[in-house]
Design a protein around this ligand. Structure first.
Ligand code: IMP
Length: 182
């Protein structure tokens, strides 16, 4: 889906398709350079799926991946940091080099919960690759090794990110028109 297809529902395109493409390639190259063998990509459904699909295909070696689904309790568009696992990993990550692939870090509360949960399973290493980070929104100190883009503190959709399950298949990252955010 292109922004023109839903023009009046969006406020502004923040990151276009080719900018996303270029940055994801750079992240894959950085990951490939940093590890002898690619780490296990642990992916949080559903927002990170488009990012994962491009990132993994840009790594020039075979990448193993596993999926988790969590729900974060909160009001409307705010997360609370109280997380419930809806689907756990299939693989045992003990002794593995793990890269947590995330769509967006907002308050950081979901991520910090996930990092505590995953590190308790004894991985050899645990790093984070997030496509987007809202720097001004961070409420906890989390170490993110790879960040695609720092963005303003606004609600964004597209490239996997949704609002009430819509807009995930938008090719770019955009802010929603304010009347859509209710
Ligand atoms: P946090 O716990 O506040 O960092 O929120 C993280 C999760 O909230 C992300 O993984 C997304 O699922 C969701 N989220 C946060 N900000 C946005 C946004 O701007 N658009 C869509 N989803 C978001």
């Amino acid at each position: 889906m292109e922004p023109e297809d839903i023009g009046d529902e969006l406020a502004e395109v923040l990151i276009g398709e080719s900018q996303l493409r270029d940055r994801v390639r750079q992240l894959a190259a950085a990951i490939d350079a940093d590890y002898d063998e690619p780490p296990l990509f642990v992916v949080v459904l559903k927002g990170a799926v488009m990012f994962l699909a491009d990132l993994a295909r840009d790594v020039p070696q075979s990448v193993e991946m596993d999926f988790m689904a969590v729900s974060s309790y909160g009001y409307g568009t705010q997360s609370s940091g109280v997380v419930r696992i809806l689907k756990d990993l299939d693989l045992d990550i003990r002794g593995r080099h793990v890269l947590l692939v995330e769509d967006i870090i907002d308050s950081g509360l979901t991520l910090s919960w996930l990092l505590r949960n995953l590190s308790a399973r004894g991985p050899a290493s645990l790093e984070v690759c997030a496509l987007l980070r809202k720097r001004d929104a961070l409420q906890v100190d989390v170490d993110i090794r790879y960040v695609g883009f720092d963005i303003p503190n606004a609600f964004v959709v597209g490239y996997g990110l949704d609002h009430a399950e819509k807009y995930r298949n938008l090719r770019c990252i955009a802010t929603l028109a304010p009347e859509r955010l209710t």
